[in-house]
Ligand binder design. Structure first.
Ligand code: BGC
Length: 733
């Protein structure tokens, strides 16, 4: 072919390509920027179509724009696994057969790992499960601060410290969103109890709000770049959290420049105008019966559906208001449902079970090992008694919206039998959480006296006892929509443990819970392990730790107090917790968790940041790169950590800072940095950590800004909030 003909053919080809490109509208053209696609989509949409985007169309999905081929958004709970399918228009399970997931450990366990790489692994794996299940928005993680151990949902959150929660939530979000699935950080904000959660009006100082309760949300937005946030049910200073001018408009969308969507908690909407004007974007779960009870689709009656449309048409609400919401929702759709670059995901894979097991292992906290019973050397014992209902109970079920239907769940008993041999490990339930009506589930008596006697008899004739108890996911324990009724362990476990202690000296207590509890038996207990809710692989993780295949390295993400009134939230009477049913005053202010215990000199049972290992770590004296710093500088700290024992292990080293003299009250110390160091037996490593001077600021209520006051600051390297190894005084000028 002649050269000129070839050139002509080439030009023709290019023209055809250009034409093909030009007939793809911009909003569908994924080579265009998301912002130009949003602009184009908006220009093609009617007012009615824009409004439609703002509400649910089923229990867990919101509308798309069918005429333009813009898909719906599909959402699913929750923080530690992708929930089973729910019916279109009721809370009933849909009973699909292809929706069994991996249960990852509850978030307290993740926080107890103090390991952001675990968070990333966790987020990526759960995001893959969400993606495989065709979800666009995963309703989690939760970052409400642990204010009281009575809160039924603490197990879904990341502990009592804003710095720890912030560092752990960021990689979780990144991991989820790498899948083209939006994380939805919840519950924004101040949903720190379940009691009266639907209306309790939280009164709080600006300082406590900014220093304690908001940082993890702020980190989620500014560093995690989260695409959606869920409002909470409660009120904040007189206004519902989902319609709150201060927290949504001023702080989230103003100060933090959040460009994603605010989604209601399911039923958190109350008023069209407030929702519209105060920053809410998608209304989910408002209590209509949807398609079932009305002739007309009840979703049209949502506050942000027809009533909103009416106000827009009449000019009561400006059109710019819906354009902003529709832009945000389209942005979320382009980032997720219409993201053509997202991976396919996977469900309940071996890989995900490995992630779950690793996180569970890294989060288990060894609290006491005085008699060196752990690790268990099985050859020393002929019989091992496992006692306690939590050894066999399914703990991935229940708990409210975080309930899961799992493909596998390895119970502690199964894990221990696999590890130590089925013949050697004998089981007895010991106590019962069941009522007579539900006792069928276990096929044995629920009578406490009979169960206790059986357990004591077994303990008497066994060489070692592993007691597996704690809380479970029943209502009024670790569960949504209700708080605990007591700080004590339920089902007469304290009495049972005391009886067991009388007949056997070798007792290993393994507690599963997402909350702290009273320990009247602690003095007599030599061995105590806090193993949280470990998810699908809980049993393997527990067995690996007890047998010493894994050296425990978790540390507590919240304080275990001796008694309930030792917590700041409980030191000021009912108005501070649970409130007077209308309002609640956070009277302990910024002194939450160890900040309270330290400042008020109250000795807890186990302090924040505490956890033992099967080896011993020796800390060297800490040095800083210099002594005097300007406010813009960064303090560089170095010290050595040596593993002086015989086995490899990991140690979470912590840096706390304090300002002894300040113009405002400052907690005795606050966590400012941490890292997890892996050390072989005998190995020494130099730890290098940094703290920005500006991160030692307090929130000034008068100027409404963060202030670092010049003067002396003290930095500590520490193994826990109560185990300070050395200190350095520095000066900020
Ligand atoms: C819970 C949320 C959950 C939602 C959907 C609400 O009651 O507070 O955490 O995501 O239900 O199940």
């Amino acid at each position: 072919m002649k050269k000129s003909k070839l050139v002509l053919l080439f030009i023709l080809f290019v023209l055809l390509q250009m034409n093909a490109q030009s007939i793809v509208p911009t909003y569908l053209n994924n080579t265009q920027s998301i912002e130009s696609r949003i602009k184009d989509a908006l220009s093609r949409m009617t007012l009615e179509e824009k409004v439609k985007l703002c509400t649910a169309q089923s229990k867990f999905s919101s509308h798309g724009v069918p005429r333009l081929g813009i898909p719906e958004l599909w959402m699913s709970d929750g923080p530690h696994g992708v929930r089973m399918e729910i019916l279109w228009d009721s809370w009933k399970h849909a009973d699909w057969t292809n929706d069994s997931c991996t249960a990852f450990p509850a978030l307290t366990c993740l926080a107890a790992s103090w390991d952001p790489t675990m968070s990333h692994m966790y987020g990526k794996a759960i995001g893959e499960e969400a993606r495989y299940r065709r979800k666009d928005v995963l309703l989690g993680p939760g970052v409400n601060i642990y204010r009281t151990p009575m809160n039924g949902r603490n197990f879904e959150y990341l502990g009592e410290d804003p710095y720890l929660a912030s560092k752990m939530v960021i990689p979780y979000i990144h991991g989820v969103q790498e899948n083209g699935v939006s994380a939805c950080v919840k519950h924004y904000a101040l949903n720190n109890q379940e009691r009266w959660r639907g209306h309790i009006d939280v009164q709080i100082s600006d300082r406590a709000l900014n220093e304690i309760y908001l940082p993890a949300f702020k980190a989620s937005v500014t560093e995690g770049k989260v695409w959606s946030i869920m409002g909470s049910y409660n009120k904040i200073r007189g206004q519902y959290a989902c319609e709150n001018e201060l927290t949504l408009n001023e702080i989230l969308k103003g100060e933090w420049k959040f460009d994603g969507c605010v989604i209601t908690d399911w039923g958190g909407a109350h008023d069209t105008k407030e929702l519209a004007l105060n920053g809410l974007d998608i209304e989910m779960g408002t209590g209509t019966d949807g398609l079932t009870s009305n002739k007309k689709n009840a979703y049209d009656n949502y506050y942000l559906a027809d009533p909103y449309l009416k106000m827009l048409r009449s000019g009561e609400i400006p059109i710019s208001n819906i354009d902003d919401k529709a832009s945000r929702i389209l942005r979320l759709i382009f980032r997720t449902a219409m993201n053509v670059n997202k991976p396919y995901g996977s469900l309940a894979s071996e890989d995900h079970h490995n992630v779950g097991r690793t996180v569970a292992e890294k989060g288990i906290v060894l609290l006491k090992n005085n008699a060196q019973l752990l690790p268990i050397i099985a050859s020393k014992y002929k019989t091992i008694a496992v006692i306690g209902e939590n050894a066999t109970r399914k703990l991935t079920e229940g708990g409210g919206s975080s309930e899961l239907k799992v493909k596998n769940e390895i119970s502690p008993l199964q894990g221990l039998r696999e590890k130590f041999g089925a013949n050697k490990v004998l089981y007895c339930r010991g106590y019962s959480s069941e009522t007579l009506s539900t006792e069928k589930r276990y096929g044995s008596s629920t009578n406490a006296t009979i169960l206790r006697k059986e357990a004591v008899d077994l303990a008497l004739k066994s060489d070692i006892v592993i007691f597996v108890g704690g809380l479970n996911k029943n209502k009024q324990q670790d569960s949504e929509a209700g708080d605990r009724c007591s700080y004590s362990l339920p089902f007469e476990q304290n009495e049972l443990i005391a009886e067991l202690q009388k007949v056997n000296k070798n007792i290993v207590l393994v507690m599963l819970s997402g909350n702290a509890y009273e320990m009247p038996w602690l003095k007599k207990a030599t061995t105590l392990v806090q193993a949280w809710y470990g998810g699908s692989e809980a049993g393997h993780a527990i067995a690996n730790v007890l047998a010493g295949n894994v050296n425990p390295s978790g540390k507590l993400p919240f304080t275990f107090a001796a008694k309930l009134n030792d917590y700041g939230a409980h030191a000021f009477g009912a108005i501070s917790y649970p409130g007077d049913s209308i309002k609640e005053e956070y009277k302990e202010d910024i002194l939450v968790g160890y900040r309270w215990f330290d400042t008020k000199n109250i000795k807890p049972l186990f302090p924040f940041g505490f956890g033992l290992s099967y080896t011993i770590f020796e800390y060297g004296k800490m040095n800083t790169d210099k002594r005097v710093y300007s406010k813009e500088e960064c303090i560089k700290m170095t010290f050595t950590v040596k593993n002086t024992g015989n086995v490899a292990g990991e140690e979470v080293v912590q840096i706390y800072a304090s300002q002894p003299k300040a113009s405002v009250l400052r907690p005795t110390k606050e966590l400012k940095a941490f890292t997890k160091v892996a050390l072989k037996a005998g190995e020494t490593k130099i730890v290098e950590l940094e703290v920005k001077v500006k991160d030692m600021a307090f929130y000034d209520e008068i100027t409404k800004s963060w202030i670092v006051e010049p003067g002396v600051f003290v930095l500590y390297n520490a193994a826990s909030s109560a185990d300070l190894k050395s200190k350095v005084n520095i000066i900020v000028k």
